[in-house]
Design a protein around this ligand. Structure first.
Ligand SMILES: Nc1ncnc2c1ncn2[C@@H]1O[C@H](COP(=O)(O)OP(=O)(O)O)[C@@H](O)[C@H]1O
Ligand SMILES: [Mg+2]
Length: 234
C-alpha cells in the first residue's frame, strides 16, 4: 500500500447500520492483517467514547489494541484537508463513520476525498427512496467535481429479514437491487440478527463474522482484489 485507502460509511438515512458496519468492517480488516484506523465524524455517535468503555468492559490485558479510533469534527473544514493529507501518508485503511445530515459542513469534502463510499440501506418504504436520493446526490456531486471525485460506491443491503415480505415486495426489492447496481456494487445481503445489535471496537462479537462474511468478502475483493493479485505477480 503506497497510500492509505479512504473508506467512508455514509447514507443520509439514519438507522441503516453505518456505525455498526463501520466498526464490524474495521474488525474484519484487522483479522485480515491490515493496518486500520477508524475516524468518527459523527458527534452524536461517539465511537471514541465507545472505545474507552469497551476497554473497561473487555480488559484485554497485554493484547494490543487493534486500531486507533479518532474523533474528528467535520465542522473544522479547513483542518479537514490537512487531516486527510496526513491520513493518506499513514499507509493504512482509514474508515470514516459519517453523520446522516447532508448539510453537515465538510461532508462533501470527505466524500470527494474518499476512495470508496459504503452505503448501507434496508428494504423499507422510507429507506429505499431516501437511499435513492442519496445515490442521486453523490452522482450530482461527481458531475460537479468533474473528474476530481473518484469514490466508488458500494451498496450494502443490511438488516434483511427473510421472514417478511410479500411476493410483490420481494419483486420490488429485487428491482431495487438491479436499479442500485447501475450506480455501484451491490453486495450480498446482511441479515437482521440480534448478534448485530451490539458491537465492540476491540473485536467481533459472537456471530458477527458469520452474518457479515459474504458482504464483507465482496467488499474486500472489490477493494483489495487487485492488490493481492499484484502481490502474487510480483
Ligand atoms: N444487521 C443488523 N441486524 C440487526 N440490527 C442491526 C443490524 N445492523 C444495524 N442494526 C441496528 O440498527 C440500529 C441502527 O444502526 P446504526 O449502526 O446505529 O445505524 P446508523 O449509524 O446508520 O444510524 C442499531 O440499533 C443497530 O444495532
Ligand atoms: Mg451512526
Amino acid at each position: 500500500m503506497d497510500e492509505s485507502i479512504i473508506i467512508t460509511f455514509a447514507n443520509q438515512k439514519g438507522g441503516v447500520g453505518k456505525t455498526t458496519l463501520c466498526v464490524t468492517f474495521a474488525n474484519y480488516l484487522v483479522k485480515k492483517g491490515l493496518p486500520v484506523i477508524v475516524i468518527d465524524c459523527d458527534s452524536q455517535e461517539s465511537l471514541a467514547q465507545r472505545r474507552e468503555s469497551d476497554l473497561k468492559r473487555y480488559p484485554s490485558g497485554d493484547t494490543a489494541i487493534p486500531y486507533e479510533v479518532l474523533p474528528f469534527s467535520l465542522n473544522k473544514e479547513e483542518a479537514l484537508f490537512g487531516f486527510i493529507g496526513n491520513i493518506r501518508k499513514t499507509r493504512c485503511v482509514a474508515i470514516f463513520d459519517s453523520p446522516g445530515n447532508l448539510k453537515q459542513q465538510g461532508l462533501v469534502t470527505l466524500f470527494a476525498n474518499s476512495d470508496y463510499i459504503i452505503c448501507p440501506y434496508h428494504y423499507d418504504r422510507t429507506t429505499i427512496p431516501s437511499t435513492a436520493t442519496f445515490i442521486a446526490f453523490l452522482q450530482k456531486l461527481k458531475n460537479v467535481m468533474a473528474g476530481k471525485m473518484n469514490a466508488r460506491l458500494i451498496l450494502v443491503p443490511n438488516r434483511h429479514d427473510a421472514r417478511v415480505g410479500r411476493r410483490s415486495e420481494l419483486m420490488l426489492w429485487e428491482e431495487t437491487r438491479e436499479t442500485f447496481s447501475r450506480y455501484g456494487l451491490v453486495t450480498p445481503k446482511i441479515n437482521s440478527r440480534a448478534d448485530m445489535e451490539r458491537f465492540c471496537t476491540l473485536s467481533d462479537l459472537d456471530g458477527q463474522l458469520e452474518v457479515t462474511q459474504a458482504a464483507f468478502d465482496t467488499i474486500f475483493k472489490e477493494i483489495f482484489g487487485h492488490i493481492e493479485a499484484d502481490t502474487e505477480n510480483g
